[in-house]
Write a protein that binds this ligand. Structure first.
Ligand SMILES: Cc1cc2nc3c(=O)[nH]c(=O)nc-3n(C[C@H](O)[C@H](O)[C@H](O)COP(=O)(O)OP(=O)(O)OC[C@H]3O[C@@H](n4cnc5c(N)ncnc54)[C@H](O)[C@@H]3O)c2cc1C
Length: 310
């Protein structure tokens, strides 16, 4: 990719205070460690900086936001347009007032769980096991161990593609299983959560249980993207994958985890194309054996590499 987009943004918005870089590798910003570069990677200094970029950017230029890359396959040809990644002090704060927590969306879910426990606020311990950021949790309605983002969110705030500040009540977030109907173009910048008064030691014990359960059941030290497919109504995706004989199935450097067969892993220098093709092969086999259509929970972004370049 050329530096043309980067140069045109610099010319249109000379006052941007964040980091704007052309052709930036993204693989190391994701758990799978695969994929090509961002045409432009922008790390805004704060919400106003983000809004300014979005306001001046040609509406035809695609914008993609990434969090901690724990639910993401970046395709091998990279991501055209601007990739936004929030970080730093402006998006990394946690302010607690009574039972409410105002949190920047770059905050890792695990840190949110810990802060809530330290403040004696219950209901957020499930975040302890989710390796994403609060921004990703809002978009995905992340959840585990009987809790979901929807249970504790009061409201969220963000910036839309035209640079307008927007806020969303809980109802406007339209949460369903691993999904929010909030407009796709919104980049969330902060969230307000509410906990229940609780006993710090009991909450910490609950978090320890969450951690132990994950260590035992999930390949959390692998290059993976967590659950690959959503659970279809009334069924478990991992069981369908298992019944289709896909446990351990390999394609190129990618493999269906032996430990938890709804997880794909980058076992040996896989390309994004290997991982995605393996996921599609699993979907095909599940469709053939059980008639069920699995839907990707993992988000796939960007474009395939030109033939022969993956
Ligand atoms: C080992 C492992 C275990 C996991 N276990 C669970 C689990 O138990 N439960 C669960 O729900 N998930 C689980 N996941 C998946 C993942 O952690 C969650 O989906 C998480 O919410 C993704 O957050 P992220 O910051 O990594 O987002 P990314 O993976 O970077 O992005 C995911 C989506 O969120 C969007 N997004 C990210 N930030 C923002 C923002 N600021 N504004 C708007 N959209 C944004 C992206 O555009 C993308 O569509 C697991 C993943 C791994 C690797």
């Amino acid at each position: 990719m050329t530096t043309q987009l980067h140069d045109s943004i610099r010319a249109a918005a000379p006052g941007l205070r964040g980091r704007l870089l052309a052709n930036q590798p993204l693989a190391d910003l994701t758990w799978f460690r695969v994929g090509g570069p961002a045409e432009v990677l922008f790390t805004p200094a704060d919400e106003e900086d983000l809004a300014r970029l979005l306001a001046v950017l040609d509406p035809a230029v695609p914008v993609t936001v990434i969090g901690l890359g724990s639910n993401l396959i970046v395709r091998d040809g990279g991501v055209p347009g601007v990739v936004v990644r929030l970080g730093g002090r402006a998006f990394g704060g946690i302010d607690i007032d009574g039972d409410r927590l105002r949190v920047g969306t770059a905050v890792p879910d695990m840190r949110l769980a810990k802060a809530a426990a330290e403040a004696g606020l219950d209901g957020l311990a499930f975040f302890r096991g989710i390796p994403g950021s609060v921004g990703g949790a809002l978009r995905m309605n992340a959840g585990a161990h009987g809790g979901e983002t929807t249970d504790v969110l009061v409201e969220a705030r963000g910036v839309d593609r035209r640079g307008n500040l927007r806020s969303f009540t809980h109802a406007e977030m339209g949460f369903t299983y691993r999904h929010s109907t909030a407009p796709e173009d919104v980049i969330f910048t902060s969230a307000l959560f509410r906990g229940r008064p609780g006993e710090r030691t009991a909450i910490e014990a609950e978090m320890d249980r969450v951690t132990a359960a994950r260590e035992a059941a999930q390949p959390i030290r692998e290059r993976t993207g967590g659950s690959t497919f959503k659970n279809p109504p009334g069924a478990k995706a991992w069981q369908l994958v298992d019944q289709a004989g896909c446990r351990g199935l390999a394609l190129g450097g990618a493999q269906v985890s032996e430990m938890h067969c709804n997880f794909l892993i980058n076992r040996d220098n896989a390309s994004a194309a290997d991982i995605e093709a393996l996921g599609e092969e699993v979907r095909r086999r599940v469709r053939e054996t059980s008639g069920v259509e699995l839907h990707w929970e993992i988000k796939r972004i960007g474009i395939d590499a030109p033939i022969g370049k993956a």
